[in-house]
Design a protein around this ligand. Structure first.
Ligand code: 7GP
Length: 814
């Protein structure tokens, strides 16, 4: 990989460029500029420092005509761009000096950088970490997505309950993006089809929408590569403005069609892990896919003719089922528009797509009603039927007389209303399928996709997730990054995270340990300042910082965390300090707006926080801070401060998790179940550095399968009973608490009560360990030293080797 020496500009040059951008792009001077003017001008200045590298990258790609990775994802959580781009372009220090020389406070300007929240959670942030690693590894790649006008909602708490506010993230303009209206695409919906001989048909759409792309730069770290992410925004064709209605004074009717087109990219569905089944969502999916495929073909044709080389030059990674409609869309293009024979088109298609599954929850596997598809995408439904027909013939030949297997494998779900199973379509139309952690990939082949894994075992892979060490160490935790760099000699380890192993010996160095602790304390102070201003909670910077950050979902069991807090509260109140150390319990996370059960847990968490924080007997030991509006920016503040990472999902439910990796790499020890990537984290950091509790996936499944009576746990465990009683009629009573407890005592879908005692006892061991600060620090350092595997660079290497078979194309040096 090419090493790049970045720093060429001096503060004076940056100052000059900044003033130039202020004048040209904002029409103002530093004396009269608003903070927003200064921010926009600074962003443009920084962006300019990546442009040469981007142009050099595109030239290198053009010359090499390499195989490209195209990452198709309905969601990206990119995080703020300014801090990252300053660091990646090597202009961070000079820009700071330049701003100061102009009398401008860099922090005030940086605060205006808005994070594009174009995703919900894990899968969207993973996409961003992979793009970062792809660029850093010099892999030719483009990320395709939707440029939602409104991203994931902003979360507020009103009376402890989640309230959602719209996120108009680009209200003041997004200086990081380049619009490219000349690459716009026309996308059809609805309408009818006519047979056109053989397997061909002509689709005449009933409605056409324009897709206009813009792109943002995705720089690699320490290399010349700058890739892009291309985001589509829906617009109406100019003729859809109905001038005659307007003339007649019917203004609403005049713009109706225009508004309808724009709706497609207006909002991100704020849901994860549940199926939404709404027409607009399917429209978004097809819009993303149709625009992106046309763009991929356009790019392919810049250097290639015909279709023979297509599958050698293009690999398309489907980020979960959201973009899976790409499979029939490519078939439609090849068969109907390009005139290829069905078999040839299918052979190309099956060599182009690969599919990543991000869940184990059956309710998260998308299915679409056949009736909806017939209306919205009539030709695609025909193609799906034909794909299924050919596939089921293969199945029947392999398993003669096995009607049950045909039913289980079919792309079409029968019984009642027919539905298209998008995960099945994905497996049938791809050459590779992968899960996102070793356990997840195994469970996929044993449960969710078992019949497929039996039929085509070689198609199934595991690629364990990873996270960007640049985003979550360099950008988020400069203190720890400096300390590690001082020890390892330079920052090269940020591109080669296995080198963290060299820290192992540092755990034995008392001076290094003291410095490590000082960094963590500093980070806890920063977090405390935030908690005070955003949640009104004052945290003790010396207390154990105990963090649970992730979407609110029942299977993740935030409720278990809350129950433990109540146990601690009760113990402190009665003067029993077993398992009590000074502790800051930090929560962050959003719930899908319609997910009432998760919202009840949230309200309870806030209610508990309020009571605990206000109690003078308890406050010296325990504080609870539910920090509102968790997003990438907040993650960058919380994670560096954490000492304990809560990964307590019911085993067998969390596909991988990635906050577990982010927290581990920032020196937090994990308390967790053997779920998702926790298993691999524990294997690597060692059992000493992982507080393990609870059932494993097999035990959990067995308990679930038999008669399970959660009430027995309630009756037999005094602390549990006291905790639950305090929720129903006691100090923690809040709206919906009765429903919450009712479900817990009768069904307890996620076996919270069964794991309760093991969890509480394990937390007692955590407290014991925390009392010995020297030993805790040793563990924290070793934990980081052994977590290099969880870099998204390694994840990308795995994909490149096992699935994509792509090679790096390093552009020339600066
Ligand atoms: C998440 C998984 O829940 C999480 O375990 C994993 O770490 C992450 O993907 C990245 O692989 N899934 C989603 O975000 C999601 O929306 C619905 O899944 C299919």
């Amino acid at each position: 990989m090419t090493q790049v020496s970045h720093v060429r500009a001096t503060p004076t040059e940056i100052e000059f460029e900044l003033l130039g951008n202020l004048a040209r792009a904002r029409g103002t001077t530093v004396e009269s500029a608003s903070a927003q003017d200064l921010y926009q001008a600074l962003a443009l200045t920084v962006r300019d420092h990546l442009i040469d590298r981007y142009i050099r990258t595109t030239k290198a790609h053009y010359e090499a005509n390499p195989r490209f990775v195209y990452y198709l994802s309905a969601e990206y959580m990119l995080g703020r761009q300014l801090g990252q781009n300053l660091l990646y372009s090597g202009t961070a220090d000079v820009a700071r000096s330049a701003l100061e020389a102009l009398g401008v406070d860099p922090a005030e300007v940086a605060a205006l950088d808005v994070e594009p929240g174009l995703g919900n959670g894990g899968l969207g942030r993973l996409a961003a970490c992979l793009l970062d690693a792809l660029a850093t590894s010099d892999i030719p790649a483009v990320g395709y997505g939707i440029r939602y006008d409104f991203g994931i909602f902003k979360q507020e708490f009103r009376g402890g309950a989640q309230a959602e506010r719209p996120d108009d993230w680009a209200y003041y303009g997004n200086p990081w993006e380049f619009r490219a209206p000349d690459d716009q695409q026309h996308i059809g919906f609805y309408g009818s089809t006519e047979p056109a001989g053989g397997n061909r048909a002509v689709w005449t759409p009933g409605e056409t929408v324009l897709g206009e792309p813009s792109h943002m730069l995705v720089p690699g770290y320490g290399t010349g590569t700058v890739n892009i992410i291309r985001l589509w925004r829906a617009r109406s064709a100019p003729e859809s403005f109905d001038l005659s209605q307007f003339g007649a004074g019917r203004y609403g009717e005049a713009v109706e069609a225009m508004v309808r087109s724009g709706t497609i990219s207006a909002v991100l569905y704020p849901d994860d892990s549940t199926e939404l089944g709404r027409e607009l969502r399917l429209k978004q999916q097809y819009f993303l896919v149709a625009c992106s495929l046309r763009d991929i073909i356009r790019r392919y044709r810049l250097r290639n003719d015909g279709w023979d080389a297509f599958a050698d030059k293009v690999v398309i990674q489907l980020n979960d089922t959201h973009p899976v409609i790409a499979i029939p869309e490519l078939m439609r293009i090849l068969v109907d528009e390009e005139g290829l024979a069905w078999e040839q088109a299918w052979s190309i298609t099956r060599r182009v797509f690969a599919y990543t599954c991000h869940t184990l929850l059956p309710e998260a596997l998308e299915t679409w009603p056949v009736g909806l598809l017939r209306r919205l995408l009539p030709r695609h439904l025909e193609i799906i039927y034909l794909i299924n027909h050919v596939f089921l013939q293969e199945v029947a030949a392999l398993y003669p007389g096995d009607a049950d297997r045909l039913r289980r494998l079919s792309i079409i779900e029968e019984g009642g209303e027919q539905r298209v199973r998008m995960a099945h379509l994905a497996v049938v139309g791809s050459f590779a399928v992968n899960g996102v952690a070793a356990l997840h990939s195994r469970l996929l082949t044993e449960t969710t996709l078992r019949a497929f894994a039996e039929m085509m075992p070689r198609q199934f892979h595991n690629v364990t997730n990873g996270i960007s060490p640049r985003r979550f160490l360099l950008v988020a935790n400069p203190g720890l990054t400096r300390l590690i760099s001082a020890r390892l000699g330079g920052t090269d380890w940020l591109r080669d995270l296995d080198r963290l192993a060299e820290l192992e010996a540092a755990a034995g160095d008392p001076d290094f340990r003291a410095r490590w602790r000082a960094v963590k304390r500093r980070n806890r102070q920063d977090l405390a300042a935030h908690a005070l201003s955003e949640a009104g909670v004052s945290l003790d910077p010396d207390a154990l910082c105990d963090v649970m950050i992730k979407r609110f979902h029942e299977y993740k069991r935030q409720l278990l965390r809350v129950l433990h807090v109540i146990v601690l509260y009760h113990r402190i109140k009665r003067g029993d300090l077993t398992g009590v150390v000074r502790r800051s319990v930090v929560f962050g996370g959003k719930a899908a707006p319609g997910y009432h059960a998760a919202k009840r847990v949230m309200l309870l968490a806030n209610t508990v926080a309020e009571v605990v924080n206000a109690d003078p007997d308890v406050a010296p030991y325990l504080k609870v801070a539910f920090l509102p509006d968790y997003n990438v920016t907040r993650a960058e503040l919380i994670i560096p401060a954490a000492d304990l990472s809560e990964q307590i999902s019911l085993a067998g439910k969390e596909a991988s998790g990635t906050s577990n990796m982010k927290l581990a790499l920032n020196g937090a020890l994990t308390i967790g179940t053997l779920d998702g990537a926790n298993v691999e984290i524990r294997d690597r950091v060692g059992a000493d550095n992982f507080f393990l509790f609870g059932m494993d996936a097999t035990e959990a499944a067995a308990l679930r399968a038999g008669p399970y009576n959660p009430r027995t746990y309630y009756e037999l465990d005094e602390e549990l009973r006291a905790a639950i009683d305090a929720v129903v009629g006691g100090p923690f009573a809040c709206e919906g608490a009765d429903l919450l407890v009712g479900e817990l005592l009768t069904r307890d879908e996620y076996l919270t009560l069964a794991d309760f005692r093991a969890y509480v006892d394990c937390q007692d061991r955590v407290a014991e360990a925390w009392r010995d600060q020297e030993e805790w620090t040793r563990r924290s350092i070793r934990n980081v030293a052994r977590s290099g595997f969880f870099s998204s660079d390694r994840t990308v290497q795995d994909y490149c080797r096992d699935i994509w078979r792509v090679e790096p194309v390093p552009p020339g040096r600066d």
